[in-house]
Design a protein around this ligand. Structure first.
Ligand SMILES: Nc1nc2c(ncn2[C@@H]2O[C@@H]3COP(=O)(O)O[C@H]4[C@@H](O)[C@H](n5cnc6c(=O)[nH]c(N)nc65)O[C@@H]4COP(=O)(O)O[C@H]3[C@H]2O)c(=O)[nH]1
Length: 802
């Protein structure tokens, strides 16, 4: 049965046997067929030849008998055909087609000769037959027909076929036997190769090799097979090495590595992944992993996951992992898809890192960026941000809001006298008190050294703000104990309201600042609401600032000099330089109006420098031309900004050099407040000035702190008693007592005393009686231009020499 299956599903052995049988059988069959055909052809030729010979002999003999119509002769002649057993019929027809003689073999089924010649056609069946003409000379006189049986030929062919089949059978059998035995030569090596392959596959051992048994094509196949095995073995080894490397790398990796298969199952995680998730051994399911994500980050994580799985896009996100009784862990997750070389999805590969520390640092940085590190309050940046938001919210809700700007009064003094540590403690305490004084949703911030702001939201009435401001003043007025000392600090508060004053954050800040300055002007430790007047004055301030710049370039400034007179012998001891601004439209603008503005904007540096240079030049020329004696001093006012300018000393030195004024002829007038800003550095600067040979005068003495303890420490040559004390002499006993005490005290400290604003003889007498050294005032002279001074000096000289 197996032989009847299609050839390609047969075993190789069978195929080989079948092929051998088919080949042999077919070859022999074709050969036999050829032989049988040849045999048939040759036998047929023999029969034809035989019939020809018989026909020619009988037709020759029949010629005379037919001519003479000797029919018995004809018959006798024809009967000779019986000598050949294969001839079954012989018929002679006259030229009229009529049968004249007939021979029929004594065999059954042999038909006789038909009476007419044409009736012969078709009667022969399978037998062989031939027609011969019976000739008389050249003319045909009849026709001879001879028919031989085909059975002999068939019998011969049958015998031939029988033997052929016998040979074919024997050959096929022989071929079967040989093929069955010899097929082993081909199939055994193939079988062995197959066995080796099965063995390798079973054991997954690629070091096994196939046995080469022959040096033919099968041997080549074994060689190729072994080469292939070697390649697989090598590739396997390198794959194992690379796998080992990957395993070690992932084990040592500082980042957590995970792999998810195409069916979305967590397939592999490294040790670091487990450490981050606090999972000891097992690999959790993807569902468990998602369950660990902080609820606030879950949506973001799911969106990223959809992006990765549905859109096949790489993802990067920062999320938190929750852990019971622990702070959440911040992780960064990076993941992308994994495909094989045909583009089929294998799964997803990703990495996670613990970024908790980074996040903490980020938070700290954000705190630094938005909070004041000393007090923990919001800083200027955050405050601005909240102010802008609060203004918008107030606009939306049509509610009111107040901005308070606080500046500590004389904080600098605390810093200077008790040190920065004490200053810091004080700021912290102030911050604490401010926070305690307002509601929780109000914002308190420190926007600068000793500047604080408070944002009061939901203000229904101005009175609410007033109450808060009073409370703040009260709370801050309580002494603060620092380094064993009770220190009282006060603040000046500026208040502005939105939407009443403005709905713009910048303008609100400016308003509150302006109101705070007004509070300071009004004696500190109070609060002021912003008003339009303040705004107007600031506008004027701005206009003045612009005009001062123009005045400098358009040379609208000039100098006047007011003489100072010795109260002992009335000689001129010196002159004070005073600045004049002659505005082309506004006329004379007093220095008291524009100098504070120039001081605030810094323009005083340029103006002061010009005053110093011009004073020295002009007075130096008067000294050189001997109009003034070389002992005369020119006193120049120095503002606080000028005094604190680091380039002051260089500037003075260069002016002395340029103007060629002897340094001892120059005197610099400083106010008490200038010196009190930073006592220690003021002393250093004054000492440097003194080293050059320049004297120092204290202007407006009595109007500032009048702290004798400090005055003692300063290297002062001259003390100028302020006009406000002199002015009420002799009417005010108090002022007279103070003036007398100041003169006595200054003399004790070896200072020269100059009384300012001497207008009357009584004042002069009082001052002289109390040994005041010098006087300056309208009684002696008003401030004079250079030409006027020139004239005054000659007149004065003339008067005193008379
Ligand atoms: N009623 C009255 N006034 C008298 C009398 N004697 C002098 N004065 C005025 O008193 C002021 C004295 O100058 P100061 O105290 O330094 O006060 C000065 C000084 O502080 C400042 N100043 C003037 N020029 C300059 C300058 O060049 N630089 C700086 N930084 N300040 C200057 O402007 C202030 C005012 O200067 P001035 O208006 O020139 O006013 C001058 C002067 O004209 C008097 O008998 N009666």
């Amino acid at each position: 049965m197996l032989f009847f299956r299609p050839l390609n599903s047969q075993s190789l052995r069978r195929k080989l046997v079948i092929i051998a049988l088919l080949t042999t059988g077919l070859t022999l069959f074709i050969t036999n067929l050829a032989f049988i055909s040849l045999e048939y052809y040759l036998s047929r030729q023999d029969v034809d030849k035989k019939l020809t010979i018989l026909g020619e002999v009988i037709s020759n003999r029949a010629s005379a008998a037919l001519t003479f119509s000797d029919f018995s002769m004809l018959q006798t002649n024809l009967n000779t055909l019986n000598a050949d057993s294969s001839v079954v019929r012989g018929c002679i027809y006259a030229d009229n087609q009529e049968l004249v003689a007939a021979y029929t073999a004594r065999q059954e089924n042999t038909p006789g000769c038909p009476p007419r010649l044409h009736e012969l056609h078709g009667s022969e069946g399978l037998n062989f037959h031939q027609f011969f003409p019976v000739m008389l000379g050249e003319a045909p006189i009849g026709t001879l027909y001879i028919e031989a049986s085909h059975l002999d030929l068939l019998q011969r062919l049958g015998q031939f076929l029988f033997f052929s089949l016998l040979i074919l059978l024997a050959a096929v059998m022989l071929a079967f036997l040989l093929a069955s035995r010899l097929q082993n030569v081909v199939t055994r090596p193939i079988q062995e190769l197959g066995n080796t392959l099965r063995h390798i596959m079973l054991k997954k051992d690629y070091s096994i090799r196939a046995n080469k048994q022959s040096h033919d094509e099968l041997g080549d196949l074994v060689d190729l097979f072994n080469t292939l095995l070697r390649t697989v073995e090598d590739e396997n080894a390198s794959l194992k090495t690379s796998e080992e490397r990957f395993r070690k790398l992932t084990a040592l990796s500082p980042v957590g590595i995970f792999q998810i298969d195409a069916k979305q199952r967590l397939q592999y995680v490294n040790q670091r992944w487990r450490d981050i998730h606090h999972v000891p051994d097992e690999t959790p399911s993807l569902h468990d992993w998602f369950a660990r994500i902080h609820p606030d980050d879950l949506t973001e994580a799911q969106q990223a996951w959809n992006k990765l799985t549905c859109e096949q896009e790489s993802i990067a996100l920062e999320i938190r992992l929750s852990r019971k009784n622990h702070e959440p862990t911040w992780i960064q997750v990076l993941a992308s898809t994994l495909h094989d070389r045909h583009g089929e999805l294998l799964g997803y590969l990703g990495a996670i890192s613990d970024i908790s520390e980074l996040k903490a640092a980020q938070l700290q940085m954000e705190n630094l960026a938005f909070y004041d590190p000393l007090t923990g309050l919001a800083n200027r940046r955050l405050f601005r941000n909240r102010l802008e938001k609060a203004v918008k919210t107030a606009q939306r809700h049509q509610s009111s809001m107040a901005l308070l700007f606080l500046d500590m009064d004389q904080f600098k003094r605390v810093n200077d006298t008790l040190g920065h540590d004490a200053g810091d403690l004080m700021l912290k305490e102030v911050a604490h008190r401010l926070t305690a004084a307002v509601r929780e949703n109000d914002t308190v911030s420190r926007i600068g050294g000793d500047e604080f702001t408070i944002l009061l939201t939901d203000v229904h009435h101005n009175n609410d703000v007033l109450v808060v401001a009073e409370k703040l003043l009260r709370m801050l007025a309580k002494p603060i104990r620092i380094k064993g000392q009770d220190i009282v600090t006060t603040v000046s508060i500026g208040i502005t309201l939105t939407p009443d004053d403005s709905t713009d954050a910048n303008t609100l800040m400016k308003n509150a600042d302006l109101a705070m300055y007004r509070a300071k002007e009004l004696g500190r430790n109070n609060f002021q609401f912003f008003s339009e007047d303040m705004n107007r004055s600031i506008m004027e301030h701005l206009a003045l600032e612009k005009e001062i710049s123009e005045a400098l370039t358009r040379e609208q400034f000039s100098l006047v000099f007011q003489p100072k007179i010795s109260l002992f012998d009335f000689h001129i001891t010196g002159v004070e330089t005073l600045l004049r601004w002659n505005h082309p439209e506004k006329g004379f603008i007093p220095p008291d109006r524009f100098i504070p503005v120039a001081e605030e904007t810094g323009q005083i540096l340029e103006i002061g420098s010009w005053v110093l240079e011009q004073s020295c030049r002009q007075i130096s020329s008067l000294i050189r031309s001997k109009v003034l004696p070389p002992t005369t001093k020119v006193a120049v006012n120095l503002s606080a900004r000028q005094f604190n300018d680091p380039s002051l000393l260089n500037r003075i030195r260069s002016v002395i050099e340029i103007s060629k004024i002897p340094p001892q002829c120059l005197e610099l007038e400083l106010t008490e407040s200038t010196l009190m800003d930073d006592v220690e550095s003021a002393i250093v600067t004054m000492q440097e000035i003194k080293k050059i040979g320049i004297s120092i005068a204290i202007d407006d003495f009595g109007t500032g702190y009048s702290s004798l303890a400090y005055i003692k420490r300063f290297p002062i040559d001259v003390l100028k008693v302020d006009r406000s004390f002199v002015m009420d002499i002799p009417g005010d006993q108090n002022d007279m007592a103070i003036t007398a005490a100041v003169i006595a005290m200054a003399h004790k400290l070896s200072m020269t005393v100059v009384a300012e604003g001497v207008e009357t003889e009584e004042q002069l007498h009082f001052l002289r009686r109390n040994n005041c050294d010098e006087g300056q005032g309208y009684l002696f002279s008003r401030p004079l231009s250079l030409a006027q001074l020139h004239q005054f000096l000659s007149e004065h000289q003339r008067r005193h020499s008379d």
